[in-house]
Design a protein around this ligand. Sequence first.
Ligand code: GLP
Length: 270
Amino acid sequence: MDIIIRDNYDDMSQYAAEIIAALVKLKPDCVLGLATGSTPIGTYKKLISMHQQGLDFSNVKTFNLDEYYGIGIDMEKPYSADQSYARFMYEELFRHINIKPENIHIPDGLTKEPHKFCQWYEDEIKKAGGIDLQLLGMGGDGHWAFNEPGSSLSSRTRVEALAQQTLDDNYEAFYKKAGISREQMPHFAITMGIGTILESKSILMIVNGAKKADVVAKCLEGPVTSQITSSAIQLYGGGATVVLDREAASKLKNLSHYMHVEKARLAYGL
Ligand code: GLP
């Protein structure tokens, strides 16, 4: 696992966007796994500017990690669409680049048959040849996508109940200002499983901010545990890259080692 520390959010985002752009140039029909949350917004902004300078997404396929259950892209629903991850992705990335709508996959939060849908999503990922690069953030309790504490580390795409900390984080971030009560906000999500994520051909995790420093240290240097589902990164056999800003990296015990490794790699051209 490569752990890269950058001075700030902007540099972290630039580094992550360069990794994604390099793949898109190398393999124009690559399959990207995409994430939502405030963390990847900077990376998406960089990709949008790269697109304005010629980066071509016309043959790229994407699969998003998750979507709230009960909301989605049905703009007719009363409150739903504003907070849906589908809306987020269109606003933050898709409408600014030349990706084909038929190449975009986001779990359908409005499906009437969630279990069937989850199997279909897994099958579509396989049909596309698997995910070449999965971009990931990290929830406040160390989760990936919506794999809340206690999720099996070999879980597949499924409907998952949101943990209290996630509900609190979401309420503060989105629903409170929209005047939506805790009862009205979604309490379930459709999420790729940890097993699904670990099958990606490469993983790129980005985390920023002092608020996540403790959980980042637990994820990368603590025991692998279903209580912090992102700690499954330690089991990942492919190429995992973790890009952190200084604040998020500040509680790592082996921080100086990671910084040394990055310098040494550059010096040796590895
Ligand atoms: C949600 C998403 C995760 C994301 C997390 C962190 O829980 N399901 O995929 O990593 O939020 O969000 P933020 O980047 O806003 O901290």
